[in-house]
Design a protein. Structure first.
Length: 449
């Protein structure tokens, strides 16, 4: 049995080498594969970012520490022209109090919540009101006068029937992004939202919400189910206490470093993720993974002895989570630089094993020729889509956008919660993402677009 396994293992190795041999990029993929998988550098960097730096919400001391870490790390890795692109960022602070006590005809019981980012705080005694459960923003608008003085409870669950783990977030997201503002518009005094996750546990998931105007918080899925069950037996009132507050904006920065192209230094390929995270967990998947994917991709390329024809630049964007001011400032910087931004590759979908790159559907057919090379690192296909929130603006100056799409089933179990920590990331899966990014950047650098 063991001998059989060794023989078939050798056969597989021979076949793999043979198929690599057919590819003009086999020398590239062989060398970056050995460099990357033997050192697993992405995970070491992620360990530093999540444990030495920790959570890094825009405007916090952690975010400033992350900027310093990004600069020092790029310098240590031997990148060129390491610099900052400044931006202003919001400064929202969670505070120590976030409680929700529900009262129905049988008595009172606590439910697990956390404030949504940018929520105003409540008075010390909290806000108390009768709960109205809804599924959609449309329902809230239709409540009209009946919403006055009430607390709106958005309880539309994650859609279960999509295969993609990412799709349900888009489908349920308006409850969090726009739900509190819609509730405020009809006179509600607070809004509470079922966490944007399919994980059936008692951990709430935060995230930003647009101009809420009223205190707002996310309920864990367990808490949302409990509240909904109580409402089936009659009226329920809740008392919500939050001590969060918004302080004045503060200056911060995105971190930039590169390897200058040997033939076309003025043509730039951007690779990046966002340096800020939420204050829950340590942002290991969101977006520590994207940060270290980009750093390790350029570092592996360099350490494997390759010098790109075009400039490959890593950009660690600040403030993706709340209002995207880092991406806006980098866009202005790129627009005025006199360079040509050829492409921008974003990783902001977690650190699981790579599966695909999304890009402009008009280019898919032509770029399909790269899939055999990319498949070395388990990229199965190119699919239609964009890059992500941070690189999105660069399309306006002609950049072709790409987004790394890792395996998607577990991402929202952890996203924006206390569970998004280093132990949820697998070192080899993470490294494969970095190697896939390195390979895509190399293909663009060699052939252009
Ligand atoms: Zn993110």
């Amino acid at each position: 049995m063991l001998a059989m396994r060794i023989v078939s293992g050798l056969l597989a190795l021979a076949l793999t080498s043979a198929s690599f041999g057919a590819d003009r990029y086999s020398d590239f993929t062989d060398r970056v594969r050995v460099t990357g998988l033997s050192r697993l550098g992405a995970f070491s960097l992620l360990k530093e970012l999540t444990t030495d730096v920790g959570p890094r919400l825009s405007g916090s001391d952690g975010a400033e520490k992350a900027v310093a870490w990004g600069q020092a790390t790029m310098t240590r890795l031997g990148f060129q022209n390491v610099r900052l692109v400044p931006c202003m960022v919001p400064h929202w602070v969670r505070g120590n109090t976030e409680t929700l006590i529900a009262t129905d005809k049988y008595g009172s019981f606590p439910l697990t919540v956390c404030a949504l980012g940018t929520s105003p705080g409540t008075p010390a005694e909290g806000v108390t009101g009768e709960v109205i459960e809804v599924q959609t923003l449309k329902e809230v608008a239709a409540l009209g006068e009946r919403a006055k003085g009430k607390i709106i409870f958005y309880n539309r669950p994650f859609e279960k029937t999509t295969v993609s783990g990412f799709a349900p977030y888009g489908m349920a997201g308006d409850q969090r992004f726009a739900g509190p503002a819609a509730a405020a518009k009809v006179g509600a005094i607070a809004a509470i939202t079922r966490s944007l996750t399919a994980a059936e546990d008692d951990v709430p998931h935060t995230g930003t919400t647009r101009d809420p105007g009223i205190p707002c918080a996310a309920l864990s899925v367990v808490a949302a189910n409990k509240l909904s069950a109580a409402l089936k037996n009659g009226s329920v009132s809740v008392n919500l206490k939050l001590s969060c507050q918004t302080l004045p904006d503060v200056p911060s920065a995105s971190v930039v470093g590169e390897i200058v192209g040997s033939e076309f230094p003025n043509e730039v390929i951007v690779m990046g993720g966002h340096l800020d995270s939420w204050d829950k967990g340590t942002g290991a998947h969101d977006d520590g993974a994207g940060v270290v994917h980009a750093l390790e991709a350029l570092s592996v390329l360099k350490d494997s002895g390759f010098r790109p024809k075009r400039t490959i630049r890593v950009v660690l964007f600040m403030n993706e989570e709340i209002s995207g001011t880092g991406a806006d400032a980098y866009f202005e910087y790129a627009k005025n630089s006199g360079e040509k931004c050829v492409a921008a590759i974003e990783s902001d979908s977690g650190g699981f094993a790579p599966r695909a790159f999304s890009t402009d559907y008009k280019r898919l057919k032509r770029l399909d020729r790269w899939v055999p090379t990319l498949s070395t690192f388990e990229i199965e296909r190119l699919k239609p889509g964009g890059g992500g929130a941070d690189v999105g603006p660069l399309a306006k100056i002609g950049a072709v956008l790409f987004g790394l799409e890792p395996e998607s089933q577990r991402y929202f179990d952890y996203h924006h919660s206390d569970k998004d920590t280093l132990d949820k990331v697998h070192p080899r899966e993470l490294e494969l993402g970095a190697l896939a990014m390195a390979t895509l950047a190399w293909l663009i650098s060699e052939e252009g677009l």
